[in-house]
Design a protein around this ligand. Sequence first.
Ligand SMILES: [Zn+2]
Length: 237
Amino acid sequence: MTAPHTLSADAVPAVTTAAEAGLVACPHCHLLCRDAAGDDPALRDRLRCPRCDGRLHPRKVASLSRTWALLIAAAILYIPANAFPVMRTSTLLSTQNDTILSGIIYFWTSGSPELAVLIFSVSIVIPLLKLVTLSFLAVSIHRSATTGTRPRAHLFRIVETVGRWSMLDVFVVALMVGLVHFQGLAVIQAGPGAAAFGAVVVLTMLAAHSFDPRMIWDRASAGPPATKQTPTGNRHG
Ligand SMILES: [Zn+2]
């Protein structure tokens, strides 16, 4: 028996997805419901979960456009986060402004290279890698890429896992406030860079949350998007 469409070696094996079986999982309480809407967009907007009354959609709504909007906002704020001071240390005699980079240089030259490397990793490298990786995944969806699905799915899981540790970035900034140039009469305030940096952390987390990884597999299966399938029952081999 031949499959209705040929799959490349990298593509997903022929399995019946919930969408093909006419089912949709509630995004709020995860109850598996019958997808009565099918191709009808008017009915789709009215379809609700019988248990929690949440809206039922086979995929996250406007996933790609939301991801892009959050990524672009994060990329723009990444510049002031690194260019503006994250903290301002004022003493009776002087005021000193420190950016993330000047903090890293301070730790590197004052005999704490481990701390310098840690701050460099969580404050500069990881946010940048999250931005680049999510953009790459979103572009691959736009291009309907059918290769490298498993590596891309792995990549997304890594971004998600790293996202859980994003608050470490904020902790590092707090650590820097406590450690750099701490003097008895000094007043330490957060600079404009700190707000931008916090926004970058939150926006990249939200971008990863908005991205629906099932889109990777939708394109890989070489068939039409899941919403266009009609609930004709299981496909048996
Ligand atoms: Zn529900």
